[in-house]
Design a protein around this ligand. Structure first.
Ligand SMILES: Cc1cc2nc3c(=O)[nH]c(=O)nc-3n(C[C@H](O)[C@H](O)[C@H](O)COP(=O)(O)OP(=O)(O)OC[C@H]3O[C@@H](n4cnc5c(N)ncnc54)[C@H](O)[C@@H]3O)c2cc1C
Length: 490
């Protein structure tokens, strides 16, 4: 595919087109999977200057650290510098018609999304049905949307299906916490359904009676001083110019390289109104769209294959629990949970899986749906090693990180009813917020961080993340109206 063909690719757009405590309960952070110490590495992103925010402490907090999750090792795949979309197709190729691959990273239409994961599972199921004899035993590694979607089709087609899952739950990166402490389901993984003309996920939610509601693509944007500002097209144009320039270059480069090389990043730092400069608007576009879309910094994203129209799709937000999407698909399927596959040996006649417990499992064929981050880590050994094209794809494609912090307040400290908030200027870690209040009536906010910032915060404690989150919320803080001074009795 030529760089220009990237525009034909579906971008992952689950979000935005950004045109103390009463009693603080720091509930368990991260998804419930076993966690090693944070794998996050220190990055060059400068830590913001700590300041104390006037924002009151939330009653509850829940945070994720997907980079430290051993069964995800990141949040979703992205187009890294020097990777190509063809590598997703290469990664999806069956090996000896015995080892099949699915998962969001193998999707060319909707990589990095639930839709992409689901479609890849359906595609792989079709491939297996075409290759296998009736009644064969098929092992599916990974009970995320890709593995479950495939397992359902294969089971219904009469195969002997066993689903092998490392966690003690199904869903993978779809991780809904339905906890009495929270007034509604908390999504630690995906919250959004991107509209896509190639999938029918929306219809699936409707069919299953899972509540979703439209989510606006435009945010309320504030300066550090709390002034509401209209988002000019300065940043969007600079990025479009840089990416158009990149496609004309002989080799790929990072989006940052394209911004610099094209001159698009040479923007004035002078106040262009409300204390915001043209350069601030570019940094805003990068932080609130590009970084979030890829889960990676612009110096890691491909100048050739990063989409210039990021953030333009309309989305719906799931309120009724994303994980309910999976319950029905899992019915009647043999599930080996808490079973980590450590080795996959294959020949042209069958496959054998070794589990972390030392046990083994044989099957006629296997579908591998573990995340790209897990494949990159090498903790799942293939014997013999995968073909060169698969290994190249695993090495070159990027695994990004998006983390969330959920905060429940006793009372709203804000006055806006906008569901999506962003901030421009300054160097706060949290610049994108979802306001659940207009959607649910509950004073709950969800902060998003991506890329290097997410990796840095993943290595810090809850108090540090909370302080950073509250600082990021400061522009939305409205001081309580002082109660009237009592008139002295005559
Ligand atoms: C914070 C966050 C926000 C997101 N937001 C959105 C959004 O709003 N909209 C959207 O469409 N997408 C979003 N995504 C992306 C989306 O969640 C994923 O693309 C999708 O869920 C991936 O599904 P999958 O089946 O490919 O992988 P997974 O769900 O990761 O499934 C793979 C499974 O393999 C298991 N596994 C791993 N290693 C082993 C092993 N060695 N042995 C056995 N099993 C193993 C894992 O435990 C997991 O269950 C988000 C992701 C994150 C993390």
């Amino acid at each position: 595919m030529t760089p220009d063909a990237r525009n034909a690719m579906k971008r992952r757009t689950f979000l935005i087109g950004v045109t103390g405590l009463s009693t603080l309960v720091l509930t368990a952070c991260v998804s419930p999977a076993p966690r090693p110490s944070a794998s996050a590495t220190a990055t060059s992103t400068p830590a913001p200057t700590p300041t104390v925010s006037p924002v009151p402490k939330p009653a509850q907090m829940r945070r994720t650290s997907w980079s430290a999750d051993p069964f995800a090792r990141g949040s979703y795949s992205f187009a890294a510098v020097d990777s190509t979309p063809e590598q997703r197709t290469a990664l999806a190729q069956p090996v000896l018609d015995r080892v099949f691959f699915a998962g969001e990273a193998t999707s060319t239409d909707a990589p990095g999304t639930v839709q992409g994961g689901r479609d890849s599972g359906l595609r792989a199921a079709r491939e297996i049905i075409a290759a296998a004899a009736p009644g064969e035993r098929i092992a599916v590694i990974g009970a995320g949307i890709a593995g479950l979607s495939a397992a359902r089709i294969l089971k219904d087609a009469g195969f002997d299906v066993v689903l092998v899952e490392a966690r003690d739950r199904i869903g993978g990166r779809i991780d809904t916490v339905s906890d009495k402490k929270w007034p509604f389901p908390v999504e630690l993984g995906p919250s959004f359904v991107s509209h896509s003309d190639t999938t029918s996920l929306d219809e699936e939610f409707t069919r299953l009676g899972i509540a979703t509601t439209p989510f606006p693509s435009a945010s309320e944007t504030r300066t550090n001083a709390g002034i509401v500002v209209a988002v000019p097209d300065t940043g969007e144009k600079a990025v479009a110019t840089a990416l158009a320039w990149a496609t004309k270059q002989a080799s790929d480069m990072s989006v940052q390289g394209a911004l610099d090389g094209s001159g698009a990043s040479t923007l004035s730092t002078a106040d262009a109104g409300d204390g915001v400069s043209a350069a601030d608007w570019l940094a805003f576009r990068v932080a609130t769209v590009l970084d979030i879309d890829a889960g990676a910094s612009v110096d890691q994203q491909s100048g050739w294959y990063t989409s210039a129209d990021a953030g333009a799709n309309e989305d719906r937000i799931v309120l009724g629990g994303y994980a309910h999407l999976l319950t029905k698909a899992a019915e009647g399927i043999d599930l080996l949970d808490s079973s980590v596959v450590t080795k996959l040996a294959y020949t042209d006649t069958g496959v054998s899986l070794r589990l972390g417990t030392g046990e083994s499992l044989s099957a006629d064929r296997v579908l591998v749906t573990v995340p790209l981050g897990v494949l990159k880590s090498g903790v799942l050994e293939f014997d013999p090693a995968l073909p060169f094209a698969h290994r190249g794809a695993i090495a070159d494609l990027g695994m990004g990180t998006l983390d969330k912090v959920w905060l429940q307040f006793d009372e709203p400290f804000w006055s806006t009813t906008a569901p999506l908030w962003t901030t421009v200027g300054g160097d706060e870690d949290f610049r994108v917020w979802i306001n659940m209040m207009p959607l649910t009536g509950e004073p709950v906010l969800v902060g998003l961080v991506a890329g290097d910032t997410a990796l840095r915060l993943a290595g810090t404690d809850d108090a540090t993340v909370l302080a950073a989150a509250l600082r990021g919320l400061t522009p939305f803080y409205v001081p309580p109206t002082p109660s009237p001074t009592p008139t002295p009795a005559p």
